[in-house]
Design a protein around this ligand. Structure first.
Ligand code: ADP
Ligand code: MG
Length: 371
């Protein structure tokens, strides 16, 4: 156990690290951010910062001396960096969780081995794979890079007649890829789950996620699912977190197909954008839960205090901050990013409503805004 007063090292310096550091403070912990960029959203609210690339061994060694436990807010930290740190200090989650989640093939193989379902998929790693993958997957299909994709980047939809090879060499720059059947999605949902070092787990209610241009736009909590599907989604996430021997929070993104099947899409081995509503909506936020898990404290209650709607402030959306700040029902979070860029997550806002009414999503843009 890391007792309050200890220092939590966080790899990654973005808004997830910022909200982790803000949740660590009331429990008496300090945070030390390790990030290639200085003075980012997380470092602004943390006690210390190391600015270095993730493969800087001397910087990693000094960091491991300065902290009591290491965690991640960014899933593409090289697994080797975690392994090096783990020689000196507890690293939670461990390199295994990141390795599995960093590659879409490894991730789907892992999920299928657990008896959970995914979309049909096939690797495209060399020229000769293309025909075979095409035959197995059919159309419509999506070709994605195996690694480093996020917010819809590094993927392209293939219509009938589109050549897999052309898309692979063209759009994807012939990086190792995965061809996935494009399924008809009725809704997208996710489950945030935490696991403590003693193996205890606690999941939050499944939520519904709506995307715009490949980026999460809105999360509605709870998802409007049958109780059987909601339970199956939570059960799947709990099986995944156990099988990874993961410590900390992770998020499982799932598709509900038009036939009512539940398919696992992705695992994020960290706190997740679709869990931001828990800050105001639950007894324990996903951030406080992650801090508890990595420090070996008992997990908190995941009970919902309210139904909630969360909207991301992407790019110029953040210009509505005055109207949101004037809305007494809006819980406004701004991430302290100096520059507004298209597609960049600048903040989010959460509205709460009664437990027996649908999640309260207001009109957008907010009334009172000059746009
Ligand atoms: P990212 O890492 O960018 O979040 P995802 O695999 O989650 O990548 O894909 C982004 C979005 O694209 C998903 O949330 C979903 O809306 C859509 N999508 C991805 N894969 C499929 C698929 N196999 N069938 C249908 N839609 C998909
Ligand atoms: Mg995704």
């Amino acid at each position: 156990m890391i007792a309050p007063g200890g220092t939590i090292g966080i790899l990654g310096g973005g808004q997830l690290g910022r909200m982790l550091a803000l949740a660590a403070a009331p429990l008496g912990y300090r945070c030390h951010i390790f990030s290639p960029e200085s003075a980012g959203p997380a470092a602004q609210v943390s006690a210390a910062e190391t600015v270095a690339p993730y493969d800087d061994r001397a910087a990693l060694d000094a960091f491991s001396e300065a902290v009591d436990v290491v965690t991640v807010e960014f899933e593409n930290v090289p697994a080797e960096a975690l392994e090096r740190l783990a020689e000196q200090v507890p690293v939670r989650p461990g390199a295994h969780s990141l390795r599995v989640a960093q590659n879409r093939i490894t991730e789907k193989d892992f999920v299928c081995d657990l008896g959970l379902e995914t979309t049909p998929y096939a690797p495209v790693e060399e020229d000769s794979d293309a025909d075979d993958a095409d035959r197995r997957i059919g159309r419509p299909a999506i070709l994605k890079t195996q690694t480093l994709g996020y917010d819809g980047k590094g993927q392209t939809v293939l219509a009938p007649g589109d050549d897999v090879r052309d898309a692979w060499y063209g759009t994807l720059g012939n990086l190792p890829a995965i061809l996935e059947a494009q399924v008809t999605i009725e809704r997208e949902v996710s489950v945030v789950v935490a696991r403590a070092p003693d193996g205890s787990v606690a999941s939050f209610d499944a939520v519904e996620n709506r995307h715009e241009n490949g980026i999460l736009d809105v999360t509605l909590a709870p998802a409007d699912l049958s109780s059987a599907l909601a339970a199956a989604a939570r059960d799947g996430a709990e099986r995944i977190v156990h099988a990874l021997d993961h410590v900390g929070v992770l998020c499982v993104e799932l598709f509900v197909t038009d036939e009512g099947r539940l398919l696992v899409n992705e695992i994020a081995p960290r706190v997740h954008n679709s869990g931001h509503w828990t800050i105001e909506g639950c007894e324990t936020s996903q951030f406080a839960q992650h801090i508890r898990a990595v420090c070996g404290l008992p997990l908190g209650s995941t009970a919902r205090r309210a139904n909630a709607a969360m909207k991301n402030l992407i790019g110029a959306d953040v210009e509505h901050w005055r109207a949101l700040a004037a809305d007494p029902a809006a819980h406004l979070h701004l991430y302290g990013k100096a520059e507004t860029r298209t597609g960049r997550k600048m903040g989010h806002v959460t509205w709460l409503g009664p437990l027996d009414a649908p999640p309260p999503l207001p009109d957008w843009p907010p009334s009172g805004s000059i746009s």
